[in-house]
Write a protein that binds this ligand. Structure first.
Ligand SMILES: [Zn+2]
Length: 520
């Protein structure tokens, strides 16, 4: 098969189905979605995988607490997760469920057999502390006040004879691959964290559990008394989804290795330690990059049921719209530092940047275009009228033309935007969009086309054309962030959404109602 260098495979961690998704989970889907949409707009053959992790001890217990059969319980959780994806307009290609016996199980068991044939699976009696929140054995020294720091919960003591995976064997190989950036871990803070873990050495991992103690999971091949450890099963989703271990492996051959695997910082050790170890053992290529986002806090505090600050993104979407929520997540949250969500901040930034900022600019310029030129705005002679800031920039030697809107877009806004998008600093890319909006607002303030129309209709048309031209790029840049609004902007400007050519003339439409209603 021909190697497809134009492919782009992106995954999110699969959602653990023991509880409802909150705004923190929504952020991860959103971040991956922005990257996936951006890659598609760059004409990359993109495959975007997300899904649900449905095995493990915690899920069996949650089902029991809800008086439900486990399968019914995970079915319901999967429906809820899919509904959230739909409400958030997440453009995934596949939603994998680890309880899917047809899609997921064959590959998970094939991978297990590969580890066995590499002599990396052995049986051992083990006694250890197990954090059910993490679904892993945890060492004494990791505990704070006898509790798992990630879950603030005391681990359980477990003694069983299980299969183990020889992860320690791959420790140095993984370390070298990360050091040489063959496996990129972003950002640097996450890379340092995993390197220091590798420096102290990865231990072998208990890789199965007794069937009667976990009840629910994928059987270990050749041993019906044991079920696969939930992380062994869950991590393999990234390849089983593509057909690994099934009859048709075309997608696997085409898309693996993943270009980007998006995860939250709490599961770094599994993705940058265990997962590469499993792939090396099976002789499979490693993902190219693991992108580790920080946590979202709510009102400055970690999201937790006990604090009672769990925000259900569905409420905000129903009230303010999908793209308003996407705007907040895209612009106000820094992917690699903990970002905060608060209702006050949501309303404030919505009013300032959507209802005013973007919404106001669009309604003003469309009104002028329609009132003065019946929507038909041209600049056939390519007249360039620079922003008046040129006057202030006395030290600049560059020409007057270089301060015209099309030049500023070519030489400043386009490179800035793509530069940030390519580094996944999506909030900074979003800042570039609002800088452009401000530039266009300033241009209107500079030339006051609503006054100029009385004395110079020709020049007024050029001024309005420049703002529409800028708005065309605002729409283009907004594509990955706010796809519905981006499409509306294109329609309002009378250009095709997927247009490659920069329009020379606009045929604007009338704005029936404001794009964003101000929140009181
Ligand atoms: Zn834990």
């Amino acid at each position: 098969m021909l190697k497809n260098n134009n492919k782009f495979y992106i995954t999110t961690a699969i959602l653990y189905s023991n509880a409802k998704a909150h705004i923190g989970h929504a952020y991860e889907f959103f971040l991956a979605d922005v990257i996936a949409r951006y890659q598609r707009l760059q004409e990359k053959d993109t495959y975007f995988l997300t899904g649900m992790d449905e095995h493990g001890l915690k899920i069996g217990r949650s089902a029991r607490e809800n008086n439900m059969e486990v399968q019914d319980f995970v079915d319901e959780m999967a429906e809820q997760a899919k509904e959230l994806h739909q409400l958030l307009n997440i453009s995934y290609n596949q939603f994998i469920r680890t309880s899917d016996k047809k899609i997921h199980w064959p590959g998970a068991q094939t991978l297990w057999k590969e580890l066995v044939s590499s002599n990396d699976i052995y049986k051992k009696k083990y006694n250890g502390l197990y954090c059910i929140g993490c679904e892993r054995f945890i060492t004494e020294k990791e505990l704070i006040n006898n509790k798992c720091p990630e879950h603030d919960k005391e681990p359980e003591n477990i003694e069983e004879e299980n299969y183990f995976f020889k992860l320690s064997k791959y420790n140095d190989q993984i370390k070298n691959l990360i050091k040489s950036n063959s496996l990129i871990i972003s950002p640097v803070s996450a890379r340092n964290e995993i390197l220091s873990l590798l420096e102290s050495g990865l231990e072998d991992v208990s890789f199965s559990r007794k069937k009667e103690s976990v009840l629910w999971g994928i059987p270990v091949p050749e041993d019906k008394t044991q079920l696969m450890y939930v992380w062994c099963d869950a991590l393999s989703n990234y390849i089983t989804a593509l057909g690994y271990g099934r009859k048709n492996e075309d997608n696997f051959k085409k898309f693996w290795p993943a270009d980007i695997q998006v995860i939250g910082k709490g599961i770094l050790r599994f993705h940058a330690g265990l997962w590469p170890g499993m792939l090396l053992s099976a002789g499979l290529p490693l993902p190219k990059e693991i992108l580790v986002h920080s946590y979202l806090t709510v009102n400055g505090k970690k999201i937790s049921k006990s604090i009672g600050n769990v925000i259900n993104p569905k409420e905000y979407i129903h009230k303010y719209g999908t793209d308003a929520v996407r705007y907040y997540l895209g612009r106000e949250i820094t992917p690699f530092e903990d970002g905060d969500f608060s209702k006050e901040k949501f309303i404030k930034t919505y009013n300032a940047n959507l209802a005013n900022g973007l919404g106001n600019l669009i309604s003003r310029i469309l009104k002028m275009a329609n009132d003065y030129f019946e929507g038909s705005v041209n600049n056939n002679d390519n007249v360039l009228i620079p922003t008046k800031r040129k006057k202030e920039a006395t030290k600049e030697k560059d020409s007057l033309e270089s301060w015209a809107i099309p030049y500023l877009i070519d030489n400043k806004f386009i490179p800035d935007y793509h530069g940030f998008m390519e580094k996944f600093e999506i909030n900074r890319a979003a800042d570039v969009i609002w800088k452009l909006i401000k530039e266009l607002d300033g241009y209107i303030t500079d030339y006051e086309p609503y006054k100029l129309i009385r004395t110079d209709k020709e020049k007024t048309e050029v001024i309005i054309w420049n703002v529409l031209y800028g708005l065309f790029f605002v729409g283009k840049f907004l594509g990955p962030f706010m796809p519905e609004i981006a499409e509306k902007i294109n329609n309002l400007l009378g250009v095709k959404f997927d247009t490659k050519n920069i329009p020379k003339s606009f045929k604007t439409n009338i704005l029936e109602k404001p794009l964003f209603k101000k929140i009181d």
